[in-house]
Write a protein that binds this ligand. Sequence first.
Ligand code: HEM
Length: 471
Amino acid sequence: MTIRQTGRTPGETRELEVRPRGGVPSARRGPQQRMADWVEERVGLAAFNRKYGRKAFPVHTTFFLGEMALFSFVILVLTGAYLGLIYVPSSDPITIGGEDLPAAYASVRLIESIPVANLLRNVHHWASHLMIISIVLHSLRIYFTGTYRKPRELNWAIGVVLLGLSLMAGFVGYSLPYDSYAVTATGIGYGIARSIPFVGHIAADLFFGGAFPSFGSVPRLYTIHVFIVPAIMTAVMGLHLVLVIKQKHTQPGYARRLAEPGKVLGVPLWPYQAILAGVLLMLMFGVLFLLGALVPPHPLEAYGPPGPANTAVKPDWYVLWIYGFLKLIPASVNFSVAGSTFGPNFFGGLVFPAIVLGLLTLAPWLDSTNRKATRNYEYLEPPRQSPMRMAIGTGVLVYILMLFVAAYYDEIGLNVGLTWLLTIAVPLVTGAAVFLWGKRVARYREEDFDPRTVDTPATGDQPATEATPAD
Ligand code: HEM
């Protein structure tokens, strides 16, 4: 319908086309459009997209590492849910083909015999490794570029909790197939838990459902693996990501030249970042399925059900450093206080990893540049710009690698004394070399890059609108 409107000045008229609310008359709209409008009026997706879909994601490959950790977790939950349909969380004996086998062991043998289930079990196995690798690389990126500093100290500490929880999930998952290998490896953990002075037996009984292995163990470890740890991780990850959104991403150095202070330069969440994330997820599925099909974990028959024979085991690589350190502690490190024993298992298996994770948590507070910080650190600092951080980081990494060597020292012809010497000397020499190289390179640098903001906007006061190349 067209109506005529009279203007303010005499003789001025305008013709206006009047349409019913919602644009095209409903009779002329197709069923799809009507359905979309119906949903829109109730859910308000367009407003949601206007508010969150424009959130900018910085363009830098290392920013996918956190997403890889997240997607690995999702893949673990999906494949784990499927495995849970077949797995029997019990070590009660059942008779199969005339043989008495623990129910958990027998159920994993059943999974192995169903091609799809076996493939998904292998994908679950590899996704756990991929998750821990992604988390380690993600933390290294943050450490070496100094982005754990103000205002992200708390999120760094929350990240260390996620790292600890992931290691625990992996360790507990190891026990579930309940073959001889799993039971021996988990038994090492039980021994460590028992070694806590004064409260060890209570702590071990709580975690392992009584003595290990006993009938209480598998149901307890299963509940910890499929419910308690994933539920805590989901909550902690949520907090971690909310803080990332609230504080915004740090950005690669080039953004400093191109974006206004306080704005993030990057691609918008919808649709570009979502497409990139989708591609990453598909790639991860591809790699995990290939690994699952071509490089399966050891078949259960290789070690058989738990028995009296002593199985030679080493824990998986992500806890191998703890095992390596344990192997280096002499049995003579053993004393009693008030009737409780402080032994090698306690110092190597608990005190040592607690010190490592504790120091990692405190990194933002130990960094002297952060203690003096008045402005926020919003850009990735080129690693070589901080020789001390680079030297400490490399030294610690080499130390962990040397502990992997320590885990095998007797098998590769070293003795304890030499292994001790190497685990201390090699990281120190590497760290010192990196430090001197960093100092030398600094002499030829004309100007250092300042990774801080120009002013000190409180994070919450930053403008909601963000610059993107599409703007
Ligand atoms: C399950 C484990 C984890 C998941 C799923 C996760 C996920 C993420 C994601 C998606 C981001 C945003 C993109 C990025 O910066 O990569 C992020 C940022 C961050 N993460 Fe994690 N993360 C995990 C573990 C950790 C760990 C172990 C640490 C440190 C020890 C950590 C510290 C941080 C910090 C400080 C940021 C902000 C970095 C910045 O803006 O530059 N995260 N995380």
